[in-house]
Design a binder for this molecule. Sequence first.
Ligand SMILES: [Zn+2]
Length: 342
Amino acid sequence: MWQIVGQSRAVSLLQRSLEQGAVAHAYLLVGPPHVGKMTLALDLARAVNCQGDEPPCGSCDACQKIASGKHADVQVIGLNSTGNSNDKPRTEIGIDQIREIQHSSSLPPFEGRYKVFIIDGAELMSTEAANCLLKTLEEPSVGVIFILLTANESVLLATVVSRCQRLELRPLATAQVGVALGERWNVEPQKAELLARLSHGCLGWAILAAGGDSLLEQRSQRLDRLLDITSADYEERFDYASQLVAWFSQSRSLVQEILDLWLDWWRDLLLVKLGCGNDITNIDRQAILLDLAQGYTVMEIRAFISSIQSAGEQLRQNANPRLVLEVLMLSIPERRAAVNYG
Ligand SMILES: [Zn+2]
């Protein structure tokens, strides 16, 4: 059984190639973080090495070994893979890692039918590493499959992309995530509903969040901070902008995550304002949203949503982060107190 939830297009394409004995020697799985790329890659690794009647059966020796990361012919390469010679954490996938799999791919499979190399975060390959991989892809060996996973295809070498069969994974419908959380991960309905909405269709995130409270706590803290800043004076907002700038220099994705949370919040305010409260993301804060929405006009909310979007876009295009984030803080609309009829 395929472990991946949804993604029926990608799965049926892979199933067809398996039935026809026409498995490609390289795949590129494209999709946002936590959408299921690794799950699908491991499904494919199991399918080509399965010893059961209906691959991937999930119960044969090969399937089980792959699921537990113990199959000699299935290797995952990424920033966190072992064999890091210097002790510093990796910031890119180096040529040493690609050379190693290049060597390994020239040897026959040890216990399975196919050697499968999964490159997690393929966009993080250094230029040398990508060029080295390209050589391997240009001269494919029999019984070897490369599966590249990326959330950011545009950064990959076009020559590498063109050597791979490309499969796109899309976010699932909210309801599909909710059902999967309940049925397969035994998450209680109310929590499943909240996580499904917060996941934006990326089931992997919801599973992580269901597994411990830290992601939900982090989101709560960020939301509380957002609420404070929204009603704070300019001095405090600028302090917050400085904090974001400092974070940005260490982790761009962290600031992007915070901006995404701001975007969700202000979209929710707009939805509530327009009477579409059932579609909000932050369903556990519906009462606050209803209350706050009264203090803004639709136009003010729309304008600030555009400001958040353009701030995100400018940061991606390497604009000066301090300038972008300070302007964003200045664009927060002033909230009016409830109308006084006295
Ligand atoms: Zn099997």
